[in-house]
Design a protein around this ligand. Sequence first.
Ligand SMILES: [Zn+2]
Length: 115
Amino acid sequence: MHEYSVAQALIDRAAHEARARGALRVLGLTVQVGQLSGVEPDLLLSAYEICRVGTVCQDAALAVGRVDAQWSCPRCAATIAPGDVLRCPRCAAPACLARGGELLLERIEIEVADG
Ligand SMILES: [Zn+2]
């Protein structure tokens, strides 16, 4: 399943950040999942529950936020309502996906040793 590789990548990324900062463990992760990212938040959460066992993220809670798709015009930056015709009402340029296609690791909480 696609979500397992995504969960694994998130854990790898968090482990890398934790190592780089000399952290003892990761306490929490926050990701933003775009509506059109192809990732199902519920599936990502259950994949994460399995993948985190035995990793630096073992005790880290995963919070998943959802980002609605939003389209805009690449020419005049007008916001375009999602619909059948993804085209700018002002200048007729084809719409570009402004947000909602991303999967973003927004926040990592880590525990750092004193001193
Ligand atoms: Zn336009």
